[in-house]
Write a protein that binds this ligand. Sequence first.
Ligand code: SF4
Length: 452
Amino acid sequence: MNYEEKIRKIFEKREQPPLCYVHSYGCQQNVSDGEKITGILCGLGCGVTVSRDKADIIVLNTCAVRENAEVKVYGHIGELKHLKKENPGLIIIICGCMAEEEKTTAKLRQSYPFVDILFGTSAMRELPRLLYEVLTEGGFVSDTACRNGECFEGISPVRTDCYKAGVSIMYGCNNFCSYCIVPYVRGRERSREPENIIEEIKGLAEGGCKEIMLLGQNVNSYGKGTAAGIDFPELLQRINRIDGDFRIRFMSPHPKDAGRDFFNAVAECEKVCKSVHLPLQSGSDRILKEMNRGYTAERYMELVDYARSVMPGLSLTTDIIVGFPNEGEEDFRDTMEIMKRVRYDNIFSFIYSKRSGTRAAGMEDKTPEAEKSERMQRLLTLQRQLAEEGYKRFEGKIFRVLFDSEYNGFISGKSNEFIITLVKGERSLIGTMHDVRVTKTHNWAVEGEIVG
Ligand code: SF4
């Protein structure tokens, strides 16, 4: 018998199937991994619970992108101590990016000895073996060996939502941006074969899924090393040809790998949303070089201009890091200048925080924290002002919206342009798509009414 069969036999002897609680931190790729981990546990005979207190197996699928995110995770691990005391049979599993860091094993053993299993991002398939060892022998087991080359085919995820789904098209990253830990904890870039991606999406579309989010650390570098040898624009074209009433998004492309063929594909594929998240990070060439981003501000603007020439209504969003080591006032002004030229519909901005294990962590930084905070306030003020003006162009427009949540008495969703859209309506709208006429705009969302 393999480990899966052995565990199923153990669980079958219980009065009730054990319940698993899986919580993923961080990015959508991690959420997608968490859905696969839930799938593995369900395949072993577990049920799923959304209540940590009712669980027999608790999985915390961690994120290592920011050090303060790690502090939060350790706080949550600490909260599990009393649950383990009340229920010594509870199995506590820590996995994800933090598990790949050398210091994690020692820290868990020293301060959180009630954790049973630790496994890294590339050891997901080892979960049945690790679980079997704990179920039969007890003690702490771990597998944090980084294995490159795994694309986790054949693992059926248990998805959180049935109307929108994240589909990983690639794993890992080769870019080594100097502030980023991802290449160290998720390994080198590898892409799934297109036929596996297409089969997965066909199944989702047939099941009524309305939104497919293609996931990868650098999606437009997709395809290297695949037998099919196709690139991201070709993949988009193939997915676009799949029958069904669904829309396609992707997260995130990298400016250095974005060429005209990429924007042409987004423009031509009618199922692909006309919104692109194009991470800028900084508008200063000096800082971009220090970040190892592989493009200049001018090249970035060429991309934006070309994208808008083939998609005049294109909505753009971005990521910006404020206060990278030794960012001067001039560098910061360059970032503000790009913001004024592009006029993003939304930005995700962060004050730089040192991430140990990265190249930037070793850079001496003379910029005072107060100065960084003050720049961040100026950046946010500018963005609010630009969005206030920019969102006015949506007045009277018809948006196609997929509703996904409740917000302050409204039902909230995202339009094809990735604009938060609020309507008055019933909760039953969640999971459905409608045309909405925009009646009012804010600097972060629009309000409207369903038409047709
Ligand atoms: S592209 Fe850069 S920021 Fe993105 S995951 Fe790779 S190294 Fe990190």
